[in-house]
Write a protein that binds this ligand. Structure first.
Ligand SMILES: Nc1ncnc2c1ncn2[C@@H]1O[C@H](COP(=O)(O)OP(=O)(O)OP(=O)(O)O)[C@@H](O)[C@H]1O
Length: 616
């Protein structure tokens, strides 16, 4: 990542213009037809203003010529009969035709522009989602990445109007060239005068845009915090706890503190911008009136006709507005192009966990199982090892339970097994082959995992289960079977809309579920997968005692012959596993059946007795 101060430099801003061609390629990819239509329409529109002004000049000159005729008709009927005003009428008809065409083209441009922007939103959003799906879990858990993702997401929406701006810029550039050609024909100095007046304002504009960008860039982490505070201060998920603990004022004050810091910084920049820009634009106005005086003087001394006067003063006025717009929009384009860097930076991000060129097919059925060989792992930015010197075997067809205190590394083992992360040292084998030899996607297809922080999809109950094997979303029988295995069928039977009932409170019509009900849907999701390996990470923490007992009864039956890994703090569930691994400080401290471990004494027995005492 570049130094946060760097984007403010002029060089960085000019360099950012190189981002526009790739952006245009994205626009083109979103819809070639609409892009071409836009270019055609805008080019046609670009030359209309100068043509109309020129016809206006011809009309005035013709009127001046006609009223100087002697003798001349006294009445309109007289003029009509004389046929002297024929050319004048033709000119007026031409101008009317152009005015009508310009209106129509304007409407068409707006229409095509809206469609094109919408197409671009769709295509960028899809690209963003696709790319995010390719990236490693590690990226999502990294704060720097979250900032980049946040900035990239904003770009998807925030940079869309840039299409319109670039197109408008192109159209205005053609219009300026056409007016400029007209002015140069009269006196090239007029154009130079105009440019001299406008360039300082342009540079000022660039400077302030750069300052604003640099400020926004620096603020991405704080902005995320501010948005987060606003979110937890006012969402249904947090409302309950915020109310109970009376956190409202605390959150509000913290939000206010950040927001006020932003406000103060903004005000300082805006104040300076006001002073400098007022001076520079005043200079532009002075130059404009200087040129105006010259034109009037030349007309008075007979060097220019009345038509020339209107054409030149009209051109000058339009050109001033156009060039001013062109320059400031150019500078805003340059700063928008800087923001595009963030979008591209996100797209350049590549996953580190990728499939090898010739991946080994995932065995089906798995014959030997998984072997952890002296595995060590620490999270990318963590100072300490989450697991270290970890060796164990998970045999095919075996049900193994992992127990250990909080932070012992249980969930980490699951993440390593699914290759969401790569071991920092040591290796993990599946049927004797390093996990790195397989395509991670194929590997994950063979595993059904429900994490303790499983997702509560604000979708239908049926989709919540189907998420486990989304390709079978239409297979209602499979969904119903999975629901039955996880006891989720009883939950669904109570929902007004049954399987099609929207669950969660996020959208209207949604029905909220209890923690245990959500958990049953999540367990159904795991069964829905019908994978070779089943991993349940604290799947029953929110279940009542009876439900837990039943779920495990079924789990034992259903996982017969299947490889299963179970993480639980409840010894009632753990004891039914074929083998139990006791983890402490990221390594296997003891292993064996429940009875054997109890007989051994040690941590397992200690934890078991602590829990048993609690129930007595
Ligand atoms: N995304 C992460 N980034 C950095 N450190 C992490 C991350 N996830 C877990 N850790 C750390 O790794 C260690 C092991 O965590 P893990 O989640 O595997 O424990 P666990 O045994 O599943 O705990 P629990 O019983 O509380 O679920 C902990 O010290 C934790 O702080």
């Amino acid at each position: 990542m570049a130094d946060p101060a760097a984007p403010a430099s002029y060089a960085a801003r000019w360099a950012a213009l190189k981002n526009l061609p790739p952006f245009l390629r994205m626009v083109w990819a979103a819809s070639p037809g609409l892009t071409l239509a836009m270019i055609g329409l805008r080019l046609a529109r670009a030359v209309i203003p100068v043509t109309m002004l020129w016809i206006g000049k011809l009309i005035i000159d013709e009127v001046v010529r006609l009223i100087a005729l002697a003798p001349r008709p006294e009445t309109l009927a007289g003029w009509w009969q004389s046929g002297l005003a024929g050319d004048l009428l033709l000119l007026i008809a031409a101008e009317l035709g152009l005015a009508l065409a310009s209106d129509l083209l304007g409407r068409l441009v707006t229409y095509a522009d809206s469609l094109l922007q919408e197409k671009l939103v769709i295509s960028l959003s899809i690209r963003l989602m696709d790319h995010a799906a390719d990236l490693d879990l590690a990226s999502f858990e990294d704060a720097g990445f979250q900032d980049r993702l946040d900035r990239a997401r904003r770009q998807t929406m925030g940079r869309i109007p840039l299409v319109n701006q670039i197109m408008q810029q192109m159209q205005d550039a053609v219009t300026v060239a056409s007016f400029g050609a007209g002015l140069i024909a009269y006196n090239p100095w007029l154009v130079l005068l105009l440019l001299a007046a406008l360039i300082p304002a342009f540079l000022g504009e660039i400077h302030f845009n750069a300052l604003t960008y640099a400020m926004n860039w620096r603020r991405a982490p704080e902005r995320r915090e501010r948005d987060y505070l606003r979110m937890i201060g006012a969402t249904s998920d947090s409302a309950k706890e915020v109310k109970i603990f009376g956190l409202n004022r605390f959150l509000r004050d913290r939000y206010l503190e950040l927001a006020q810091r932003f406000y103060a910084e903004n005000r300082a920049i805006l104040g300076r911008q006001l002073a400098v820009m007022a001076l520079l634009t005043g200079l532009g106005t002075l130059c404009y009136y200087g040129a105006y005086l010259w034109i009037i003087g030349r007309t008075l001394t007979g060097g220019l006709s009345l038509g020339d006067l209107t054409f030149l003063s009209g051109s000058f006025l339009r050109l001033r507005g156009l060039i001013e717009g062109l320059l400031s929009s150019f500078s805003s384009m340059a700063s928008q192009a800087l923001y595009l860097d963030d979008l591209y930076a996100f797209f350049r991000e590549t996953p580190r966990i990728a499939a090898p060129a010739r991946p080994r097919p995932v065995p089906d059925p798995i014959r030997q199982g998984f072997t952890f060989e002296d595995v060590g792992f620490h999270y990318p930015e963590a100072g300490r090892w989450a697991v270290r010197g970890l060796s164990f075997h998970l045999a095919a067809g075996e049900t193994v339970a992992l127990v250990g205190e909080n932070g012992a590394g249980k969930t980490t083992i699951v993440k390593l097994l699914c290759r969401l992360y790569e071991p920092t040292e040591g290796r993990i084998l599946l049927d004797g082959h390093d996990l790195r030899e397989f395509d991670p996607e194929r590997l994950r297809e063979a595993v059904g995992v429900i994490f303790q922080d499983f997702v509560r999809y604000a979708m239908s109950a049926s989709d919540n289960i189907a998420a486990g094997r989304i390709s079978a979303r239409e297979d209602r029988d499979r969904i119903v079977t999975a629901a039955g295995r996880a006891l989720a069928d009883q939950v669904i039977a109570r929902l007004p809309g049954g399987y099609d009932q929207m669950v969660g409170k996020r959208f209207a019509r949604g029905v909220e579920l209890s923690g245990g009900e959500w958990q049953k849907l999540a367990i159904a999701r795991a069964y829905m997968r019908e994978a070779q390996v089943l991993v349940l990470d604290e799947p029953t923490a929110a279940l009542d005692a009876r439900a837990e007992f039943e779920v495990f009864q079924r789990f034992k039956d259903l996982s017969a012959g299947r490889t299963a890994l179970l993480i639980s703090h409840r010894f009632s569930s753990v004891r039914m596993a074929d083998r139990i691994l006791v983890l402490a400080d990221g390594r296997v401290e003891a292993q064996g059946s429940h009875d054997a471990l109890i007989a051994q004494g040690g941590r397992y027995r200690e934890l078991f007795e602590l829990q048993a005492q609690g129930y007595r």
